[in-house]
Design a protein. Structure first.
Length: 284
């Protein structure tokens, strides 16, 4: 029976716990804020228990997922503690830090890599797996096998790269989307409608490169030649984003961003995502 430890039980760590526990894996969790673990315990996950220390959480674990705050200052002491208390595989859930910047905190760095889950991990199947230069082939194979057992879709990158793959694509699309909004070409609502009813469904089936193949590479060559010089090449976040952040309008977490948010409406979005991903899994 696989035993997993999860250190950090915030939004992402809690989702990873649910994913592991629902797949029959024994899970131990630790967070310096006990209330985080209490919330998960209240959900009745039969194979999940909380611990009062990192050492108790990770001792004897086959794999440990680190999911603490997204800074080197926060991750460094946690990774050192994990490394000293377990011989298992160590996977950091980060969307911005490259694995090579963290291997110095882990003894035997050949057992360390990044497993980048997407929110919410128990719904979104994609997990980007990014090896450090020292990561062994055996560890790569081991984590891919575990993630597939969870029902996730792990994608192994050939090497580390800033932003990995998904966030680079998200950032590129968001930059152009907000540029079009700021230029007065389209409202946020109508821009999202373009993606929801056209681009998104096509990409979900074939991906952007696959869609180009289906449409004809000669056509896309002409489109690229015409549009690339006209696309936004901004090197800083746009005002449409920075002004909202400065005002505390952070999206769902604050109740207001580009849209107003309620728990019920956001729950419906996640339910729709879950249904979509379930359908895609059937198609595969």
């Amino acid at each position: 029976m696989t035993v997993a430890g999860v250190v950090g039980l915030g939004t992402m760590g809690s989702g990873i716990v649910r994913l592991l526990a629902r797949s029959g894996i024994i899970v131990r969790g630790y967070d310096p804020q006990p209330v985080a673990g209490d919330r998960l315990t209240d959900e009745g996950l039969a194979s999940f228990t909380t611990t009062t220390s990192i050492e108790d959480c990770v001792h004897g674990a086959d794999i440990v997922f680190e999911a603490v705050h997204e800074t080197l200052e926060a991750k460094a002491p946690v990774l050192r503690s994990i490394s000293a208390a377990t011989n298992g595989v160590i996977a950091s859930n980060t969307s911005t830090l490259m694995p090579s910047t963290m291997t110095g905190f882990v003894d035997r760095p050949e057992r360390f890599l990044v497993a980048h889950f997407f929110n919410p991990p128990e719904i979104v199947p994609l997990v980007e797996v990014i090896p450090a230069p020292e990561t062994s082939e055996e560890v790569k194979e081991q984590i891919m096998e575990i993630l597939r057992h969870l029902g996730s879709t792990p994608v192994l990158l050939d090497r580390e790269y800033p932003g990995f793959v998904a966030n680079r694509l998200q950032a590129a699309i968001l930059r152009e989307a907000l540029h079009l909004v700021e230029e007065g070409i389209v409202s946020p609502e109508n821009l999202d409608e373009v993606v929801r009813t056209g681009l998104g469904p096509r990409w979900s089936v074939a991906g952007p490169i696959g869609v180009a193949d289906l449409g004809g590479l000669d056509i896309f060559e002409r489109v690229c030649a015409e549009l690339f010089p006209r696309l936004s090449n901004a090197s800083q976040p746009p005002e449409a984003l920075t002004e909202r952040v400065a005002e505390g309008d952070l999206g769902a977490k604050s109740g207001r961003g580009f849209y107003r948010h309620t728990k019920e409406a956001d729950g419906e979005h996640f339910d729709q995502m879950a249904a979509l991903f379930a359908q895609l899994r059937k198609g595969n």
